[in-house]
Write a protein that binds this ligand. Structure first.
Ligand code: MRU
Length: 349
């Protein structure tokens, strides 16, 4: 029942195929990427989104470019691949999994130095496949560890989409939910719609109902009401970047939920792979927060509802301070309490 049939990304032997997350759930169509710049556009335009999925897609972007260059311009491989890595790195700023995946690709490329361009391309494609496989395995381990924190009968609130669609498969926050159900627990999930891009309404509600999981969609502004009435007893979300002291960037609106959870004494959990941790930044105020187009706030697709020319702010993420997070669930273990020491221990430092 909980084995998701969704393929967020798949390699078809020539191209990277990405499920088009801009048009779900109305349409299920795939976008083919043949070059690094196709992947840059797909990340920037939200065809693929969610921190781990962005990292996986970027890894394939590097491999695709190397395959292309090995065929048509082997002499330029070094300079062109370097430039493709830079364009991929700047496609979105907040999720650190992007930089993490590109660093892994760069290390593999370095290890292949001196090889023929074709061998470099093959090696980079193998690395992209490995990143995908490892992401799914990490989500499964995280799911098993996180499931132990979820009581049978829990009523869970989640925000944005931290599911199979945001990863290579199974999901992080939704992976914990899937694993808890696989372990025999009965759960009810409330999905925040997640204005302005509606990842909760369009993606989480669809993904969970595809798997037959009990999901109820709510407007973001209804969360406080439900929590205050005791209808939600745990909040679980994903993350885009967790820094050295445990401060965590995630989809805009996450911080509000953490404050509500603290006010009402319910646990607030973050589920994320170790690749989401950025120990180089000391605290959350240093995390680059993406500001997206005003069009996402003044309307949706062709529909407009705000006055033309109105001033708009559209920060896509916010930062939840470590002190409001009850635990961070990773594939290596659970960090609780969430603080610098806990993060350092998890990373083996
Ligand atoms: O703007 P998005 O849709 O890429 O934002 C995604 C999120 O904020 C997710 O919660 C986060 O990336 C975790 S995904 C496992």
């Amino acid at each position: 029942m909980t084995s998701s049939r969704i393929a967020t990304l798949r390699w078809d032997g020539r191209c990277l195929q990405l499920i088009d997350q801009r048009v779900l759930p109305m349409q299920e169509r795939y976008v083919a990427c043949a070059r690094a710049d196709d992947v840059v556009a797909a990340i920037r335009d939200m065809v693929v989104r969610g921190a781990p999925a962005i990292g996986c897609a970027a890894a394939y972007g590097v491999a695709l470019e190397a395959i292309h260059l090995a065929r048509v311009a082997p002499a330029q491989l070094h300079a062109e691949l370097e430039s493709a890595l830079e364009r991929l790195a700047s496609s979105r700023p907040t999720a650190v999994n992007l930089a993490w995946a590109l660093q892994r690709m760069r290390e593999r490329w370095t290890a292949l130095s001196g090889h023929e361009p074709k061998a470099i391309a093959h090696g980079l494609l193998d690395e992209a496949h490995a990143i995908v496989e490892e992401d799914i395995a990490a989500n499964r381990r995280m799911g098993a560890l996180g499931a132990a924190l979820i009581a049978d009968g829990a009523q869970i609130l989640t925000h944005c989409n931290a599911g199979a669609l945001a990863t290579a498969g199974h999901g992080t926050a939704l992976g914990v939910i899937r694993s808890a159900i696989e372990a025999g627990k009965t759960l009810r999930v409330f999905a925040d719609e997640t204005r302005p891009f509606l990842q909760g309404a369009r993606l989480t509600a669809w993904e969970l109902s595809q798997d037959g999981i009990d999901v109820t969609l709510i407007a973001d502004v209804a969360a406080g009401h439900l929590i205050s009435r005791g209808e939600v007893n745990v909040v679980i979300v994903g993350a885009d970047r967790i820094v050295a002291n445990g401060d965590t960037a995630n989809k805009i609106g996450t911080y509000t939920l953490a404050v509500l959870a603290r006010r009402h004494g319910i646990p607030f959990y973050v589920a994320a792979p170790v690749s989401t941790i950025d120990p180089a930044l000391p605290s959350g105020d240093r995390i680059p927060i993406e500001e997206r187009t005003p069009d996402e706030v003044t309307g949706f697709r062709e529909h407009r509802w705000a006055p033309t020319g109105v001033a708009v702010r559209n920060p896509a993420f916010d930062v939840t301070p470590a002190e409001l997070i009850s635990a961070i669930v990773t594939e290596r273990g659970v960090v609780a309490p969430v603080n610098e020491l806990g993060i350092r221990r998890l990373l083996g430092g």
